[in-house]
Design a protein around this ligand. Structure first.
Ligand code: MRU
Length: 361
């Protein structure tokens, strides 16, 4: 993605593989700042505080965390454990760490560092490739939705949730990949961006990156979405996912389930864009997914730009009122029209049989 005409990925190593650069997402959309990560504890901190976030990106960040661990001769098993527990819900993080361990443990200590940077870079390149393929498969779906609808308007209105775009991956995005592909193909796309309380990833990140790409969009309060659907303003929903079960249940940012309920009630197709490292083939019961609970301050406070142009945190709850902050929810498979993967688009019912033979685990 380009930011002010310069191409960036969300994560990249320096030339001699000693430092990992990230875009600090806690400061967007107001401040575009690159942070340098030099040690495993710094990477764990960046993942926990959501300087890097989004399932595929925290996978890539964890892979580079392992590379930093080899650089400083940290215990790899211990590093893996710490990284896996830094955020529990997104499968990509565990997947990337286990892949790094699988690559590194058979190597001699002398070879581990070089092998680690190579493997982390491969994970990043594969992520970009998968997202491009999701974009193409998703574009076909958008074209079908346009062909089937009864209204004559040229604009296709797509609702998304949270940020499953370029910023949530290494590049391109998952849920936003079909939207970028449609925009590039000359379709007239408009995106409804739900603000996504409590951390406002929609308002702060999705709106920002859509603006960088020049995709028309409008931010709405989360509570406006049911109404938008009722008045016919939404043609389809595309969300990302942090973990999908083998049966096609979709665990994603808190509030996704409510959008799925509203979509079903209004006969609007509901899609999740899912690269295969997000699918937990070992899990059939979504009740077993660990839902991350984050700090109550994310609900009781909000960040914005003050009149002096500085980032500021302000309280929005009465002092002493408790707040509760579950970060993800599960949309049951029966509410999901389709899963857009790098190999094609599948209904939850056909996912395992159709996709599993095509991927190497
Ligand atoms: O808590 P976050 O911001 O890391 O949550 C991100 C999401 O829920 C995304 O929708 C999901 O990771 C898919 S990202 C391509």
């Amino acid at each position: 993605m380009k930011v002010k005409e310069k191409y960036y990925r969300t994560i990249w190593p320096n030339a001699d593989n000693t430092i990992v650069n990230i875009i600090d997402q806690t400061k967007l959309p107001h401040v575009f700042e690159i942070a340098e990560i030099r040690t495993l504890p710094q990477m764990i901190h960046a993942i926990k505080t959501m300087q890097v976030r989004g399932a595929p990106l925290i996978g890539a960040a964890a892979a580079y965390g392992m590379a930093l661990a080899t650089l400083h001769l940290d215990d790899l098993q211990e590093a893996a454990k710490l990284l896996i527990h830094s955020r529990p819900t997104a499968l990509n993080l565990r997947w990337a760490v286990e892949r790094m361990l699988h690559t590194l443990l058979p190597q001699t200590h002398a070879n581990r560092n070089a092998a680690a940077w190579l493997e982390a870079a491969r994970i990043c390149d594969e992520d970009v490739q998968m997202n491009r393929q999701i974009g193409q498969h998703g574009l076909n779906v958008i074209q079908k939705v346009v062909a089937l609808r009864k209204t004559s308007t040229a604009v296709v209105n797509i609702l998304t949730h949270c940020n499953a775009g370029w910023l949530a991956t290494v590049d391109v995005g998952t849920a936003l990949a079909p939207i970028y592909a449609a925009h590039d193909a000359g379709l007239s796309v408009h995106v409804w961006v739900g603000e996504t309380r409590p951390r406002n990833q929609g308002a702060s990140l999705t709106a920002w990156e859509l603006a960088q790409y020049g995709v028309p969009h409008t931010v709405v309060a989360d509570n406006a979405i049911g109404h938008l659907m009722q008045v016919g303003a939404v043609d389809m929903v595309i969300v990302g996912a942090d973990r999908v079960t083998a049966l096609g249940d979709v665990c994603n940012k808190i509030g996704t389930y409510l959008r799925a309920i509203a979509a079903k009630d209004n006969h609007i197709p509901f899609y999740a864009a899912v690269p295969s490292p997000t699918i937990d083939w070992s899990m059939s019961d979504a009740n077993h997914i660990e839902i991350e609970h984050r700090a109550s301050e994310e609900v009781s406070h909000i960040q914005g730009l003050n009149a002096a142009g500085h980032l500021q945190h302000v309280a929005i709850l009465p002092a002493g009122s408790p707040a509760f902050n579950p970060a993800f929810d599960v949309t049951p498979a029966h509410m999901v029209t389709g899963l857009m993967t790098e190999h094609g688009v599948y209904s939850p019912a056909e996912l395992k049989q159709a996709l599993l033979p095509k991927i190497s685990l």
